[in-house]
Each structure stands twice: as structure tokens, then as C-alpha cells.
Ligand binder design. Structure first.
Ligand SMILES: [Zn+2]
Length: 553
């Protein structure tokens, strides 16, 4: 019996809703009618309306395996399945997962060709979207009409590898965990541009249609979280009692049958905790403010994400306040922005976070806000990204309609440069020197052939390996990008854009070359890989860059 089928049957027995996904033929091409022309071999559903046709029936699944070519299998996400997936396919995404503590939580986890997946319980507070990307990390929520799914182990990948569960972290080993609250808050903020107003269920839709079995829990959760976000003071006992009463009566009148009181209590307390956290994180629902609007809006601005991150509001204009900037004149140049990481409970100042930006990122308000969000979970694009772009870049306006003078408001970008400190690192401390050392370390672990008769071939996964070239001279074959990915995962670092090309330029300059030699080699799995081919001279050049003092002293 096929390994894919027996796993699929096991998952289905656990209640995973599965769909049939295109398979991969032994030559690496897709089993769909497009074959080698398919752009997503082995990764796409085989049925058009797959969102509505997932199954837990072993008989249906068995029928998928009756044809000539074996299919892959996929898990459907969202309220329908009760699960969501987080996928990282590069160092940025992985760093985000790490920052929110996702990587250390035991929940079913598997590896794909370029990264990994972790499965989680679906949470009705997540945005109603198919997929949300946060800090490069893909959250497959499965909301909306488009739906979301992921290919599950032991499906075959077109590269010839097999998706596989991490040892001890398969669904047979451990149950699916819940996402951390802080991560759900961040995903909601990310999806809704700073507003934490809940999803589509409002009192009106409930009044009009009622909530049937299966929708009741999620509907009440969304409704409760909406009420709680609009509370004047979530810590006020009287107000809490009122809200709980509203939720109970909603359930009595609109849920068929009503939810029991213990379940409602659980929902209420859970949402109250979440609401307190979300409000502390800087999301305020300004729309609910009624009396004395002017004063309250001013107060809301003071408690805005900008203020939480340390910016200072003076006569309708934002100033750096507690923010700091260090410009590091390395190669490449770096902008280190220091911001408040948000007041911790009780508002005792909180900590600081440093956000490192390249020159290109520095000039993009979108990149700046994204990086601040990743470092602090504060979304400075509140209330809109356009508003933030004006704050960051600066803007001008006419004070009144018939004025011919425009008032110019300088951007934070300029204001921060006024207060910057500068650093000029020595060659030994320059980043490229460090990166060169790391690359040297990776390359010096390369396998060398024992004798000329050795059947030496490039490493199929792109790891460095020495080969006897045609002239009998040893040559080092390695995947350029692969090497830096390995450094990132080994050293727990993340390269800035420009750091790798800066090192590349220096090595080429030291060797007097315009470009590295590149060979395309078909490896065992049938895939053609791109290898950079180095000689001993390149290694010597890399050594002199990694240890500048040795050569020049
Ligand atoms: Zn296909």
C-alpha cells in the first residue's frame, strides 16, 4: 500500500479534512495534464471546487489512489477544518516565527523543500482572509471564498524530496496547539491596518439570521470581542457584568439551541483577556467614542500606536520623542532605529527595540512600519498606511483654501537625521569581514575527494564539495544562495540586502574577475542546479577578506 495513502487514511481518522493534490511523476513533472509545463508541479488541488469538497472519508480518499499516478494530499484550513498553517520559506519568515515564539511550541511540524510548516488550531478571531503575510511568514487561515490548503507529508515534492514530519512532531505524536494570543493580535493588526474591530458578525447579521449549530461558538466569539473592544474600561466590574449579560441574552434569543452558561463564561473571559491585551497593544476603536468627541479623540491620539512607540505629538505634528537613530557607515550603510517596544502591563515604560534598516528600507515608509511591527508588535500605520507615509516622508498643505502659502511639515525621516549619532566601524568590525569569516567556515567543511579516481560529484543539495576538474585541478562546487541560507540558520542571523553582494564584489575584485564561473548540473533527482565553481585562489581571496590584519600588517 502506498505510504501517502496510508498516511492520508490516518489523518482522515483524526478528522483532518483532506483534498486530492496533483502528484509528482518519477521524472519530477506534474501528474496533471500539463505535465512538464505545469508551473506548480505536485502542489495544486486536482478538483476545481476543492474548498467545498474536502473529505474525511477513507473510501473517497482510496478512490484517489486508483489511477496510474499517485496523487499528493493536502489539508484544508479555516473554520471548516478547524486548523490553520504557518509557513516559513526563508530567513525573514523564520525570524518572525521565532520572534513570536512559534518555533518552540510543540505542535505538528513538517519540512518542505525550502522551509517548514507548523499546524495550529483555527481561531475565530483571525481575520476572514485566505492568507495573511506577516513579516514574510505566511499564515494560511482559509477564510473567505478562496480558501487555503497545504500539501502534507509524505507527499512528494518536484525536487525529488518528500515532505516529512519533524521527528516527534507528527500529528500521531502530539496534538495540534493553539496560536499564542500575541501572534493573533499581530495578525489582526497586520490585516486590518491597525484596527482590531472584529470580523463580519455584527448584532444586526445575527438578529436577521440567527446563529445555527456550528456557527454559534464563532459567532458569539466575534460578537463578544467587538463589544469588549468598545468597552470604556475593560477592568470595570460593572461594565463587565453588563457585557456578559448582553452576551447571555444574545445566546438565549439567537442561538439554536442556546450555548450553555459555562461555555459563554469561557468565551467572555477569554475575549476579555484578549481585549485588554489588544487595547494595551495600541488598537483603539475610535468610532465608538461619543461624548466630548474632541477631547476623546485627542486622548485616543495620545494612546495611539505612535505614542506607544515613543513618538511625541506637538501641535498636530509628530516628533521623534523617544526614538533614536544611529547611522552606521559600514559597507553597506545601516540605519539603526531605536523605538519603545510598547508599555508593558501597568505602563512602566516598557523596553526598547532596535530596528536595523538598509538604505532602501529607510526610504520606504512601508518597510519601516513593517519592521517596527515585527520588532514591537506596534503597528505605526494606524489609522492608515497613507497617513503613516505622510508622517514618515513629510508633506505639505494649505492652511486655508484661498491661501497661496503651503505649510511644509518635515517628515520623521528628516527629523531623526537631526538627532542622529554616527558610527564608523573599523575594517575588522565591518560586517563583510564577519560574513567572509562565516562563508569561509562553511566552505572549509566541504568534502574533498580522497583520490583522483573518486566518483566525486557536486552535492545534490548545493552544499560545498570539492571535485577534480578537467585539468586535474580541484574545484569547489557550491550553491551560492544555499551557502548563505546555511549561515543564517547556523548563526541565527539575518543578512541585510546588500551585505552578500558587498562581499561578492570584494572577492571578485581580489581575484580580478568580473563574475564567478557558474555550472548548471543535473543532480540525481533530475533537477538542474546552479553551482558557483571556485578554485583555491578564491578561497585565498576570501581568507584575506576575513582576516584583513594578517595580510596587510
Ligand atoms: Zn500540475
Amino acid at each position: 500500500m502506498s505510504a501517502i495513502f496510508s498516511s492520508a487514511a490516518e489523518y482522515a481518522a483524526m478528522g483532518f479534512r483532506l483534498i486530492r493534490v496533483a502528484g509528482v511523476r518519477p521524472d519530477g513533472t506534474c501528474s496533471c495534464h500539463l505535465g512538464a509545463a505545469c508551473a506548480t508541479p505536485g502542489k495544486h488541488p486536482m478538483q476545481k471546487a476543492w474548498q467545498a469538497n474536502s473529505t474525511t472519508s477513507e473510501d473517497v480518499i482510496a478512490s484517489w489512489f486508483e489511477g496510474d499516478s499517485e496523487p499528493n494530499i493536502g489539508l484544508v484550513f479555516g473554520a471548516v477544518s478547524g486548523y490553520v498553517d504557518t509557513e516559513w520559506d526563508g530567513p525573514e519568515a523564520k525570524a518572525t516565527a521565532e520572534k513570536f515564539g512559534l518555533l518552540s511550541i510543540p505542535t505538528p511540524t513538517y519540512e518542505s523543500s525550502r522551509g517548514g510548516h507548523k499546524l495550529w488550531k483555527y481561531d475565530p478571531r483571525l481575520p476572514v482572509k485566505a492568507v495573511e503575510k506577516i513579516g514574510g511568514l505566511e499564515v494560511r487561515i482559509g477564510g473567505g471564498d478562496r480558501g487555503a490548503m497545504s500539501v502534507l507529508p509524505p507527499s512528494r515534492h518536484s525536487s525529488g524530496t518528500v515532505y516529512r514530519w519533524v521527528d516527534g512532531l507528527s500529528p500521531a505524536d502530539i496534538p495540534v496547539a493553539s496560536l499564542p494570543e500575541s501572534f493573533i493580535v499581530a495578525v489582526c493588526l497586520n490585516a486590518r491596518g491597525g484596527s482590531l474591530a472584529p470580523g463580519k458578525v455584527t448584532a444586526r447579521t445575527i438578529v436577521e439570521s440567527g446563529l445555527r449549530e456550528g456557527e454559534r461558538h464563532d459567532g458569539v466569539v466575534r460578537f463578544a470581542s467587538g463589544l469588549i473592544m468598545r468597552m470604556r474600561d475593560p477592568h470595570d466590574a460593572d461594565e463587565q457584568q453588563q457585557i456578559f449579560t448582553i452576551i447571555c441574552s444574545l445566546s438565549q434569543t439567537m442561538c439554536q439551541p442556546p450555548l450553555d452558561r459555562e461555555e459563554l463564561r469561557g468565551i467572555f473571559l477569554g475575549q476579555l483577556r484578549w481585549g485588554m491585551k489588544a487595547r494595551a497593544a495600541g488598537a483603539s476603536d475610535v468610532s465608538s467614542l461619543d461624548e466630548d468627541a474632541e477631547r476623546q479623540i485627542a486622548a485616543a491620539r495620545e494612546s495611539s500606536p505612535h505614542a506607544a512607540s515613543g513618538l511625541e505629538l506637538r501641535s498636530r505634528e509628530w516628533f521623534p520623542g523617544a526614538w533614536g537613530l544611529t547611522v552606521v557607515h559600514g559597507d553597506p550603510k545601516e540605519f539603526q532605529l531605536s523605538v519603545l517596544s510598547g508599555a508593558s502591563d501597568g505602563g512602566e515604560g516598557g523596553g526598547r527595540a532596535t530596528v536595523t534598516l538598509s538604505s532602501a528600507e529607510w526610504s520606504s515608509p512601508r518597510c519601516v512600519s513593517r519592521k517596527i511591527l515585527e520588532a514591537t508588535t506596534i503597528d505605526v500605520t494606524d489609522p492608515t498606511p497613507a497617513e503613516w507615509a505622510k508622517i514618515w516622508n513629510g508633506h505639505s498643505f494649505k492652511p486655508d483654501a484661498d491661501s497661496n502659502v503651503r505649510v511644509i511639515v518635515r517628515g520623521l525621516k528628516c527629523k531623526l537625521m537631526d538627532v542622529r549619532t554616527e558610527e564608523f566601524p573599523q575594517a575588522e568590525q565591518q560586517r563583510y569581514t564577519q560574513v567572509a569569516g562565516w562563508l569561509l567556515d562553511i566552505l572549509s567543511n566541504a568534502v574533498r575527494p580522497e583520490s583522483p579516481e573518486d566518483d566525486s560529484r557536486p552535492n545534490p543539495s548545493g552544499r560545498p564539495a570539492w571535485i577534480i576538474g578537467e585539468a586535474g585541478e580541484p574545484e569547489l562546487y557550491f550553491g551560492w544562495t544555499r551557502a548563505f541560507e546555511d549561515i543564517e540558520s547556523k548563526r541565527k542571523v539575518r543578512f541585510l540586502e546588500g551585505e552578500i553582494s558587498s562581499l561578492r564584489r570584494r572577492i571578485l575584485f581580489a581575484c580580478g574577475e568580473a563574475d564567478f564561473r557558474v555550472m548548471r548540473v543535473r543532480v540525481d533527482s533530475g533537477v538542474r542546479r546552479r553551482y558557483v565553481v571556485w578554485k583555491q585562489a578564491h578561497i585565498a581571496a576570501l581568507e584575506s577578506i576575513a582576516h584583513p590584519a594578517d595580510g596587510s600588517a
